[in-house]
Write a protein that binds this ligand. Structure first.
Ligand code: PLP
Length: 382
């Protein structure tokens, strides 16, 4: 049963345009479309196909299971995965030609064993921690990790395809951290070439590096959020300014309206009271769909000509809009837009992020799986 009175419309023309924008920014570097977390809530398989059709040449995911899912869907592009623990089914990844990140000796040892089991070399990207203290080997452990990889490369179990790292403050162009991380990355690359390894792809930049730091591009950039048309650094530059198009438009049908007198308390806890007589409209989306409850009454919604805000608390499955006395044109069946592209005169995921005190990444990624995704303007077979 696919009926749902709300939907996330995913515009593949926007995805393709964003890939083209990022390719232009990347110069001679190739583009890895980062499609983890179900393509930030947009739908991993259809988004991957559109990104590849628009000229991305790599895909990147966090979880091994996401990578295997892409291969099961028949997607053959170069593909990197970077989150797994001891005992992960790495032989399946190696057999499927999935590139795997390694940042510790145990990971290299398991990859070597997986290569033997799969009967082909494991394609590995060695990850160095250049200053984020999250993934990656610390610089003091790097030479040993590289030597280990070089030995495995010499015996044919491992193919060192990449060397990579991640920026901690790429979204703050004025901060010196990126330049410091670049120095550490270059030193790490020197260790790799001294060990006789010549990885095909060196990569460091996510969306903010791609857009704001050309010196971090190397051979490959790994944009995620910008692919979906959202700014990685809204304080620096908004999506429209960056030439990006929001790919997701979250719509909900009005399922009930009611005319109420001034002073009507609304919703759980009666945290909102109507200031004047007017119309309320009920929308079938709530925190069970990923609408942030802590956005409170700050969450913006476009309904026809009205820029309304959530009235009172977000319920699990519903929100109420207070349209006031001017709301008499709103009726059941009208379509409200919670967020979409600013150029369409609707609120954005960034507006919701601002209302909820978070980042746009969380707004789109957390959108509930029960909200249907409607894919439009696809050029490639879904
Ligand atoms: C290692 C890595 N590379 C690239 C990305 C894409 O980042 P962004 O969405 O900021 O472009 C992420 C996402 O968090 C990541 O973890």
């Amino acid at each position: 049963m696919s009926y749902y009175p709300a939907r996330a419309v995913v515009d593949h023309a926007a995805i393709r345009a964003n890939v083209e924008r990022l390719r232009a920014a990347a110069g001679s570097a190739e583009v890895m479309a980062v499609v983890k977390a179900d393509a930030y809530g947009h739908g991993i398989v259809p988004v991957s196909r559109s990104a590849l059709a628009a000229g991305a040449t790599w895909l990147g995911v966090a979880q091994l299971g996401e990578a295997l899912g892409l291969r099961a869907a028949g997607i053959e592009a170069p593909l990197l995965t970077w989150i797994f623990g001891p005992g992960a089914p790495l032989a399946d990844a190696v057999a499927a030609g999935i590139d795997v990140s390694a940042a510790a000796p145990w990971a290299l040892a398991e990859l070597a064993a997986a290569a033997v089991a799969a009967g082909r070399p494991a394609r590995v990207h060695l990850k160095v921690d250049t200053g984020m203290a999250r993934g990656g080997a610390r610089p003091e452990a790097w030479a040993e990790l590289v030597d280990h990889a070089a030995r495995l490369a010499a015996d044919g179990t491992v193919d060192v395809v990449g060397v990579w790292s991640h920026l901690a403050r790429g979204d703050e162009p004025a901060e010196p951290t990126t330049a410091q991380q670049l120095d550490v990355f270059r030193a790490a690359l020197a260790v790799v070439s001294r060990a006789g390894l010549h990885p095909a792809v060196r990569h460091l930049a996510a969306s903010s590096g791609t857009l704001f730091h050309p010196d971090t591009h190397f051979d490959l950039v790994r944009p995620g959020i910008a692919l979906y048309g959202l700014s990685p650094a809204p304080e620096v530059s908004g999506a429209v300014e960056l030439g990006l198009r929001a790919a997701m438009r979250l719509e909900a049908d009005v399922i009930l309206t009611k005319d109420v007198p001034a002073g009507t308390p609304v919703g759980y806890g009666h945290t909102h009271t109507t200031a004047s007589a007017g119309r309320l409209a009920l929308l079938p989306l709530g925190y069970g769909d990923g609408i942030p409850r802590h956005a409170g009454s700050g969450g913006p919604v476009q309904l026809g000509a009205h820029r309304a805000h959530v009235a009172g608390r977000v319920s699990m499955d519903q929100i109420v809009l207070d349209l006031g006395p001017g709301g008499t044109d709103a009726s059941v069946g009208d379509v409200a837009v919670l967020f979409g592209d600013a150029r369409d005169g609707v609120p954005t995921a960034q507006d919701w992020a601002d209302a909820a005190g978070t980042i746009s990444y969380e707004i789109v990624t957390r959108l509930g799986t029960r909200v249907p995704r409607t894919h439009v303007s696809q050029e490639v077979t879904p």
